[in-house]
Design a protein around this ligand. Structure first.
Ligand code: SAM
Length: 313
């Protein structure tokens, strides 16, 4: 249970957890998670829990089924740097008295893990923490299959830039790449997605153009990315950025590998849309018009749909 309280506190954006008696098994699990998934959450031993509460500079909140109702609590109180207390068993009366607030997550008995998760979720205004510095891996939100990013296989912005130069990217293409990067940054800020992946995707989206300027440049670029041993998620961004993406049928008609290359993940959509809109609104309209005139009706429709998607979210 202590491990689960710690995992929950970490996942819902606490800095640290205080416990009266250090437990090496709990610490090992948490350090292992932090090592792989990032962040700097720590467990601190504090035997003098009364001292901790009385010296705490921010607000002290004790979660208990006997407290005031959580509904309405956040509307009436603006918590500052809260210390949140949960009990493992019967909680000493002093905790009730010394806390600034005793709050009930419903007045039914349940668990410290549930109480903590719900309280912190509301404290965070239901925004899930996504940014974990120094993470080695990250699990991406996904409706279907598992998506796990291995950051050792995502080149940094400097590495991408160096790679573009090494591949002989000319000045015009580099300028375009950097304006797609700028646009992608803004879209990521507004709509989420993994920042490191978006940066690498934007930087390398047109790497295939160092070889071909045809509609195959996405496929060519993805092949280059795969040959580098970089993450498949990155290869897919490059492969799926052309126009509004290319369907399996369209790919066959154009002599491309027979597979769907339509952007699905938020990062794929961001880079695709950033590429379409990096030149501004007029250029985007012109691009859609050109795509339609060239007979790629469906691709133009998908470009429009992507624009709608980013307008709505
Ligand atoms: N007698 C304890 C109490 O005051 O809630 C119950 C012990 S329970 C096994 C362990 C912890 O879960 C409690 O100390 C409390 O922090 C938390 N908890 C259980 N039910 C809760 C509820 N309805 N609201 C808030 N916290 C709750």
């Amino acid at each position: 249970m202590t491990t689960h309280v710690a995992l929950t506190a970490r996942a819902f954006d606490a800095d640290k957890m205080f416990i009266t008696d250090k437990d090496s098994r709990v610490e090992k699990t948490i350090n292992d998670v932090t090592d792989r998934f990032g962040g700097d959450f720590e467990i601190v031993e504090k035997r003098d829990w009364k001292g901790l509460i009385s010296d705490w500079k921010g607000d002290v909140v004790h979660l208990t089924m006997y407290g005031e109702d959580i509904d309405g609590f956040f509307g009436s109180v603006a918590l500052k740097d809260p210390l949140i207390i949960v009990g493992a068993e019967k909680v000493p009366g002093d905790v009730y008295r010394m806390s600034d607030y005793n709050v009930a997550v419903g007045n039914q008995p349940h668990s410290e893990v549930a109480a903590l998760a719900i309280f912190m979720d509301r404290f965070n205004e239901r925004k899930v923490k996504r940014d974990y510095p120094d993470a080695r891996i990250s699990v991406m939100p996904c409706k279907g299959k598992k998506r796990i990013l291995d950051y050792s296989k995502i080149p940094t912005i400097d590495e991408c830039y160096g790679f573009c130069v090494e591949k002989g990217m000319d000045e015009d293409l580099m300028k375009h790449t950097l304006s797609v990067l700028e646009r992608a940054f803004i879209l990521q800020y507004e709509h989420g997605g993994d920042l490191k992946l978006v940066i690498a995707g934007a930087m390398l989206h047109d790497i295939g153009r160092t070889i071909s300027h045809g509609p195959d440049h996405g496929v060519v670029g993805a092949k280059i990315v795969r040959e580098q041993g970089w993450d498949e998620e990155l290869a897919k961004i490059v492969e799926r950025h052309v126009g509004g993406g290319i369907s399996k049928e369209e790919a066959e008609e154009q002599g491309l590998p027979s597979k769907d290359m339509i952007p699905e993940t938020i990062e794929e959509k961001i880079v695709c849309h950033a590429d379409n809109t990096a030149g501004g609104r007029e250029r985007f309209e012109e691009l859609i018009h050109r795509t339609r005139s060239a007979g790629y009706q469906n691709s133009a429709d998908r470009m429009d749909e992507l624009a709608e998607f980013f307008k709505k979210k």
